[in-house]
Design a protein around this ligand. Sequence first.
Ligand code: GLU
Length: 325
Amino acid sequence: MSDAIDRSRGRYAPSPTGRLHAGNARTALLAWLSARAGGGTFVVRVEDLDRARVLPEAEAALLDDLRWLGLDWDEGPDKEGPHGPYRQTARGARYDAAIDHLLATGRAFGCACSRSEVARAASAPHVEDDEGPRYPGTCRALPAAQVEARARDMGRLPTIRFHGRAARIGFADDILGPLEPFGAAGVDDFVLRRADGVPAYQLAVVVDDAAMKIDHVVRGTDLVLSTPRQISLYRALDLTPPRFAHVPLLLTRHGDRLAKRTRPVSIADLREREVDPRVIVGRLAASAGLHDGGGQPLSATALLAGFGSRREIWARMNRNPAVWD
Ligand code: GLU
């Protein structure tokens, strides 16, 4: 195993918008395990930019749930370190600096289109994901002053968009294997800063992972469509992208993704019922294919003891969605 892997830095980047459920806990466990196997550093970063969705007590509760599961971290909102602060709302200047750089190098532009204008002008058919219809490029060629004036008339700031140049970007995922570029249309002109001035997830996650020297990102497959966008951003900012491992999701018995919508049992509920955390860790590890013995109770430390490197984890990792009952 190379030095680079031995000194690796991983992270878990939760949004404090609700309670931790088994799906989040499983991603956190795998992120922790992959950082710690081989002795790497683990960082917790709180992604709290979307203030409308953030719940006041959620951060403390989720950190507490992670500790209860037996996970620990070297840097986080409760543990300042060399790359802090570890809450995104305290990192605004870094996002502004990245946006200024992208504007200056022609990789970003202001846009005064409303949502409905984008929707109307988007050429059908298009592949939609959680970012909505594909932006047709309306403001890209307009002088910045004209866009600003129009946004001002509308009583808002221009949205800042990335100039995606329809780049087609594939990558080698540590769990899913080599991935061809998604779709024919390539990287879109996705939003970097919203019209209310709030930096968008895509920008903040790249700026922070780079600044925090994260060399491998472990997260759910629900974010895999974002990864080519993020790799494109790394390149436009002259940064080296990390490795990515997208964890197959946990499904309900009915085949639905475990999400707030499906009202999964929270870790807090399990704690209240005095379930032993080792029961949860054992079952989560078994669902990932990392624990023989039918999901017997297992502490996070005991699970970690079975792995000497990240590579060993991904070699055994179950590549299919698992069911959580
Ligand atoms: N904050 C994001 C979420 O909770 C995760 C971001 C990431 O891991 O890239 O869904």
